[in-house]
Design a protein around this ligand. Structure first.
Ligand code: PLP
Length: 376
């Protein structure tokens, strides 16, 4: 089976993990700090704005508290979003207000967002679909005009930039995921970015019980180092030296990952461009970069499901991300989102990862063409 996503891990990660074992400290420690520092440099930011956590979903949930979003406040979420974004808003007892998206990029545009702004809107929880940048100039102008917080979910945008600046560094909070299905993987882990370093300080406490003073060895002040106080009912959501060891080695490999993914992306572009029944991803705007996380095609003839089955029967696994939140019954939102409905019924994400050989990619292309000849 050709997988749709797949990590690339090797001896380098194993060697680094062995060092952690040998150190006899597998908890949060020096490697987590080193990873935060390296990631801050990777996104062109500074360590006083960057903080790691155990997963990006934690970042979504915590962003509600960190941005001081109250029960009853409205948060705008594109309906094509990760379920964790919807859950984060609803678990906070805030009102999730959905907006439609662009049919081709699957990203919300400023005009989609503006349509649903009310006097109760406090924030936009934006998704950069598959790490493809939203139009941040117009969205930030809109957010500033209405005094809205912006939370950027760039879970998959580990190398994505908008006009030369890393995605995730535009809004109040940005976040990237390093779970098992991402590009940079470490089992589970995430980085949060804060525009304001004070918010990073707040998050640092929130993600560790709200502890005011560190206990144990790190506490050099108190006579009785087991005593403490808290400033909020915080969580415990941290990376550790094992996950950070993997993440550090993966970070070094990112340029190579991007090169390989770009080649696969280009092969699909060239191999599929002649198929009139398909729309391919749009090319990037100047000075913007994708991370090539998804390669999403769109059927123009309503045959997406048949195509997915045809490919799977021939050993090629594909998927569609993300099932629109207005169609999730438990949210009870519903509504009219014509572009998102089109997207959800016609989009298919093809296999793309570092370990795909050109023979694999050609096989995917040939099988899609074969389907086209038979049925389109
Ligand atoms: C868009 C998006 N946001 C957030 C997440 C959550 O990431 P994590 O698995 O690190 O919690 C995912 C995971 O698939 C995602 O795709």
């Amino acid at each position: 089976m050709i997988n749709v996503m797949q990590p690339t891990l090797g001896q380098e990660e194993l060697n680094r993990i062995k060092e952690v074992f040998d150190s006899n400290w597998i908890g949060k420690g020096n490697l987590v700090t080193e990873f935060e520092k390296a990631y801050a440099a990777h996104i062109g930011s500074t360590t006083d704005r960057v903080l790691s956590t155990n997963c990006c979903s934690e970042g979504l949930f915590s962003s509600m508290h960190l941005c001081d979003i109250q029960p009853g406040d409205e948060v705008i979420v594109p309906t094509i979003s990760f379920v964790g974004a919807g859950n984060a808003v609803c678990a906070n007892r805030s009102k999730m207000v959905l907006c439609d998206v662009d049919q081709r990029t699957l990203n919300a545009r400023a005009r989609d967002i503006e349509k649903v702004i009310t006097s109760k809107t406090k924030a936009i929880l934006l998704l950069h679909y598959g790490g493809i940048p939203c139009d941040m100039d117009s969205i930030m102008t809109l957010a500033n005009a209405y005094n809205l917080k912006v939370i950027e979910d760039c879970a998959a945008g580990v190398c994505s930039t908008y006009k030369g600046k890393a995605l995730g560094t535009f809004g109040d909070i940005g976040m990237w995921s390093f779970d098992a299905m991402k590009i940079l993987v470490c089992g589970d882990g995430a980085i949060l970015h804060f525009k304001n370093p004070e918010l990073r300080e707040k998050a640092d406490k929130w993600l560790y019980f709200g502890l005011e003073a560190k206990s144990g060895y790190e506490n050099s002040v108190a006579q009785k180092w087991w005593e403490f106080d808290i400033s909020c009912f915080g969580h415990r959501a941290i990376m550790n030296n094992v996950t950070a060891a993997m993440a550090l080695e993966q970070l070094k490999k990112l340029p190579m990952f991007m090169e390989k993914r770009a080649v696969v992306h280009e092969m699909y572009n060239k191999g599929l461009e002649s198929l009139a029944w398909l729309d391919l991803p749009l090319s990037m705007e100047e000075n913007c970069n994708s991370s090539y996380y998804f390669y999403h095609i769109q059927t123009k003839n309503g045959k997406r499901d048949e195509l997915a089955r045809y490919l799977r029967e021939r050993g090629i696994y594909t998927t569609y991300r993300y099932f629109p939140l207005h169609r999730v019954p438990y949210y009870g939102i519903g509504g009219d989102f014509p572009n998102a409905d089109y997207v959800a019924d016609n989009t298919l994400c093809l296999p793309i990862h570092q370990s795909l050989s050109s023979e694999d990619v050609e096989r995917v292309i040939d099988t899609i063409k074969e389907f086209g000849k038979k049925y389109c």
